[in-house]
Design a protein around this ligand. Structure first.
Ligand SMILES: [Zn+2]
Length: 342
């Protein structure tokens, strides 16, 4: 992948010193030079599905636009819109190029990026991270173009890591908090989902970022943003809590690429409250955990056991056991029968 800049703003200044000028010119006062304002254009909203319009998930995968080998398609600002100007005296030459995004090795426009939009499904992409074979360089932030990062919670104390937990995979990390603590957007982006899932994430928010990642914030007490809203890194998007399937106040924080979670600790150094890198090379090894995460676990029924006791033993909800095994809570278990617990 050659083009690694995400949403790049280039400002090139050419200053020709006064002594090089053939004519007598008065010295330039740079404090008076007008620098053109940078304006970002909103995405083509016609292709965005909002909750009310949303009907059919199958259409979403068909309209998927992250197609490899797409020809570069860069958006430049119109020249008239300050992309270029010549100082009257020819001393200063400013060139701006912006509105470039690079997702998955290809340059795409805002409109293409936003063409797949689903305000209900956390993973509408239907891409298997285990099949991932490339290395993709993601520019996590670019302060030159005003794209920043922030910790999702100021204390960043990890309660639970990414990985196997109680016989099921934990696809994020849990950060300790007090109910009502502000939760911040990790990067600049747009709000894709604001939902409530009483049996899982509770009140949660999914943000889509310009750097190609998506982040999820779970168990919130309150969401302070709406679907489609643009957010800046560090902006408070909600208040922490313990809603949904949660045993105490914490933030469940996930980082995903095209729907597939990666360990947030590849990106953030929570102990030192910093980002690990500005340019992150996403590689197949970041998804290698999926093999482990997808392992199926069975318990062999012993005398006196019921679905209820197995549920308590493995801390797997009774409803999950029923679903995995096609049973009801009243199903009588035969000794020696294998019960899938994950
Ligand atoms: Zn969690």
């Amino acid at each position: 992948m050659k083009f690694v800049h995400c949403f790049t703003l280039l400002i090139t200044l050419f200053y020709f010193p006064a002594y090089a000028q053939p004519h007598n010119k008065k010295k330039k006062d740079f404090s008076e030079i007008k620098v053109p304002a940078v304006e970002y254009t909103l995405p083509d909203m016609e292709n965005i599905l909002f909750e009310d319009d949303y009907q059919d998930t199958s259409r979403v995968s068909e309209s998927y636009t992250f197609v490899p080998e797409r020809e570069p398609n860069m958006l430049y600002e119109d020249e008239e819109d300050s992309a270029f100007f010549d100082d009257e005296e020819g001393d200063l030459h400013v060139v701006e190029v912006n509105e470039q995004m690079n997702i998955d090795s290809i340059w795409i426009t805002y409109a293409q990026y936003f063409a797949i939009w689903d305000s209900k499904t956390i993973n509408p992409y239907k891409i298997d991270g285990a099949e991932f074979k490339d290395t993709i360089r993601l520019t996590l932030y670019d302060s030159l173009s005003g794209l920043n990062w922030a910790l999702p919670h100021f204390e960043s104390k990890i309660n639970s890591k990414f990985g196997m937990r109680r016989y099921r995979w934990h696809y994020g990390i849990d950060l300790d908090l007090n109910i009502g603590d502000p939760i911040s957007a990790a990067f600049d982006g747009i709000v894709r989902i604001v939902q409530y899932d009483s049996r899982g994430y509770g009140r949660y928010i999914v943000l889509r970022h310009y750097n190609g990642l998506e982040t999820l914030y779970g168990h919130l007490t309150k969401a302070l943003v709406q679907v489609g809203q643009l957010v800046k890194a560090g902006e408070t998007i909600g208040l922490g809590g313990s809603t949904g399937r949660s045993t105490g106040p914490h933030l469940h924080f996930e980082i995903r690429y095209e729907g597939n979670a990666i360990d947030p600790e590849y990106i953030f150094d929570f102990q030192n409250k910093t980002l690990k890198t500005q340019k992150f090379d996403l590689m197949p090894l970041h998804f290698s955990y999926l093999k482990e995460a997808r392992k199926v676990f069975y318990h062999t029924v012993r005398k006196g056991e019921s679905l209820g006791s197995i549920s308590r033993k493995y801390k797997v909800p009774l409803s999950t056991l029923c679903r995995l095994n096609g049973m009801t809570p009243k199903t009588i278990l035969r000794v020696g029968r294998k019960i899938r617990i994950r």
